[in-house]
Ligand binder design. Structure first.
Ligand SMILES: [Fe+2]
Length: 289
């Protein structure tokens, strides 16, 4: 039986848009799963790029166990976000110890289109987010298909960027652009800037996609400002409304996506009056080529 037939037999799949995203409506993640069921989910992950699991209880340990089936789970360098005794989990919350909104957005860098872990040599594969508390308005997560974005570049653009590499730098995106808490010298030493191809080939589907986003700072071998301008231009060109899925969250949903071929961003919400708490983990993938 081929992969699509196995998916059809084991999974109830509801596409979220014509281009990307699907809801898996018949799987309870906390029940554990057979290898066959996981393989079907993994094939759906490669095919749809973004998977949504409807509201259900997914305790922290179950989320980590699910993530480990995809591969090695990243231990994030920003240790202040670690959650529930699991260094693999990273919680973003604007609530204080009494559950009251603090007014402080926990990570404004997430508001810009990006791909998780592009600031490391081995970059992010899947990101898995569980929504613990969600605001009534705002706080959405948007996804854009980077295969389609590459395919829509004209021949001149494709030729121009074919062998270009961009330097990705967490200290640049997080600290200098978005004014978050400064990284310590030790954190900066642990995660120095790294360069990646702007056009990468997905290691499993073999398809080309744009690999850039907000962590990209400059272009190797190009004057800094010229490279900045090119990155800004290409980041804007990469996002197409009809290649985008905009997810309005309900609490207790779980979203999973492939960082190798989608970019994502969160939308703003009012952190003074509404709560938003997510717990997330990112699975490590490979060195992009
Ligand atoms: Fe992200």
């Amino acid at each position: 039986m081929n992969a699509t037939a196995v998916q059809d037999r084991l999974l109830e799949i509801r596409p979220l848009t014509p281009k990307l995203g699907a809801a898996i409506t018949n799987v309870r993640l906390a029940d554990g799963m057979s290898d066959e069921l996981f393989r079907a989910i993994y094939q759906a992950f490669l095919r749809y790029q973004v998977l949504l699991f409807p509201p259900q209880d997914v305790p922290p340990g179950e989320q980590v166990a699910f993530a480990r089936r995809f591969g090695e789970v990243q231990i994030h360098v920003m240790a202040q976000y670690h959650a529930d005794g699991y260094p693999e989990l990273y919680r973003l919350s604007n609530l204080d110890a009494n559950g009251k909104p603090t007014g402080k957005h926990p990570d404004k860098g997430t508001l810009a289109w990006h791909t998780d872990g592009s600031w490391q040599r081995v970059t992010g594969q899947a990101t898995i987010i569980y929504g613990e508390v969600m605001p009534e308005t705002g706080g959405e997560t948007h996804f854009c298909d980077m295969y389609g974005a590459y395919e829509r570049l004209d021949a001149n653009w494709k030729a121009r960027i074919a062998n270009m590499r961009a330097v990705h730098n967490l200290d640049f995106s997080r600290t200098r652009r978005h004014g978050e808490d400064l990284m310590t010298e030790e954190q900066k030493r642990a995660k120095p800037p790294v360069d990646h191809p702007i056009v990468r080939t997905h290691p499993e589907t073999g398809r080309k996609c744009i690999y850039l986003g907000d962590h990209a700072e400059y272009i190797v071998g190009m004057p800094y400002e010229e490279g900045r301008a090119l990155i800004e231009e290409l980041n804007a060109l990469a996002v197409h409304p009809d290649l985008t899925y905009e997810h309005h969250w309900q609490a207790r949903e779980l979203l999973l996506w492939d960082n190798r071929c989608v970019q994502h961003r969160a939308t703003a919400y009012d952190p003074a009056t509404q709560g938003r708490v997510i717990r997330r983990c990112t699975v490590l993938g490979e060195v992009p080529v």
